[in-house]
Design a protein around this ligand. Structure first.
Ligand code: 5GP
Ligand code: MN
Length: 341
């Protein structure tokens, strides 16, 4: 169904749920990114302004360059405090699922969420939503979940004057999920930006906080990736960078430190499909990007237990790093022949 119709049809149901003060739990995905944080914290601030109690809950920790975000210190991390996370889920009257559409993205929390018979509201922009929520606001053409949160706020409270901290959250999601307005843009994104700027958004400050606040080790790791860990396969217009367990130790790689590395591959004219393959402690994690029609979402959902967007997706593998790379090269080559012929 057309998203606008779907949106308008479900809106009264969402409004009805928010009619009396509730305890709202806002949940986002493992390895939360700028949009997971931005959309969750923006929704939380908005619901608080409507007199609801809110708790934001993530499966795993968020990168340090988001520590400045409003109320980020109150986010409950399942990996660090399982008991509190479980109690929080039990106390929820409403559960919002933001920036993910497949239960595998919240791993061990999924069973707990599904056990709760309270309304679940999915707000997301990834391909192929799983049918686990009661209300679904899902739109793949939206740049970010933060954009849909902005739409919902404006639809419920048309005359609202957005607070500076709420705008900072929305902007963070918008900026990070569009790669600083390089992709997934639309006239609406820039109209939204104009609205936020008109209301006093300090976007340069947030660019500095998120993009220009990395530790020195980031460039050392990047240099290592580009010089020692990059492989280009010209016949497939495919490029990959991999990281070994040893690299994780030697470069003290932690959450968020590999963010953005894949973008360097995509800067090359010769690369149409790019991959970052990371040998993390328990799994091999993959980040894939593409230019144009080639869908890395299909590769990730078909072969690597993942998904995302056509041009930006992720997944994982239980094979060794070497075998994962071999499989990846095979499936990319295969998919290319299928696309071409
Ligand atoms: P990234 O490569 O930056 O981690 O993620 C790119 C996109 O793919 C994001 O929209 C992210 O939510 C999605 N994604 C990343 N990893 C996974 C995964 O393991 N499973 C699914 N379903 N989506 C993922
Ligand atoms: Mn997103």
């Amino acid at each position: 169904m057309n998203f606008v119709l779907f949106f308008m049809e479900q809106l009264p149901q969402l409004k009805a749920l928010l009619n009396v003060p509730k305890t709202c739990v806002i949940l986002s995905h493992r390895n939360p990114d700028g949009d997971a944080l931005g959309s969750s914290l923006a929704l939380s601030l908005y619901l608080q302004s409507l007199n609801h109690k809110t708790r934001v809950l993530f499966p795993s920790e968020y990168p340090v360059n988001y520590e400045w975000m409003p109320q980020s210190e109150e986010i409950i991390i399942y990996d660090l405090n399982q008991k509190l996370a479980e109690e929080t889920i039990k106390s929820a009257d409403l559960i919002f699922c933001l920036d993910f559409n497949s239960l595998e993205r919240i791993d061990r929390m999924a069973a707990m969420i599904m056990e709760r018979k309270v309304p679940k509201i999915m707000i997301d922009h990834h391909i192929d939503p799983e049918p686990f929520a009661d209300l679904v606001f899902s739109e793949v053409s939206s740049s970010s979940t933060s954009e849909i949160i902005y739409d919902l706020i404006k639809a419920i409270s048309p005359d609202i004057r957005l607070s500076a901290i709420l705008m900072d959250c929305i902007y963070t999601g918008l900026m990070t999920d569009t790669g600083s307005f390089h992709h997934a843009t639309s006239p609406k994104v820039f109209t939204m930006m104009a609205d936020l700027k008109r209301q006093g958004l300090d976007d340069t400050r947030i660019q500095e906080l998120v993009n220009n606040s990395l530790p020195d080790k980031y460039l050392k790791l990047l240099g290592h990736c580009l010089f020692n860990r990059m492989e280009l396969i010209p016949e497939s217009q495919f490029g990959l960078i991999y990281l070994t367990k040893e690299d994780y130790r030697n470069y003290d790689i932690r959450r968020g430190d590999t963010e953005g590395i894949i973008n360097y591959l995509m800067m090359l004219k010769s690369v149409r499909i790019g991959a970052l393959v990371m040998n993390q402690p328990t799994i091999v994690k993959l980040s894939l990007r593409s230019k144009g029609d080639f869908s890395v979402q299909q590769i990730c959902s078909k072969y690597f237990n993942g998904g995302g967007h056509r041009n930006a997706s992720g997944g994982s593998s239980k094979l060794s790093l070497e075998d994962t790379i071999t499989k990846l090269k095979d499936v990319v080559t295969q998919s290319l022949t299928q696309v071409i012929h």
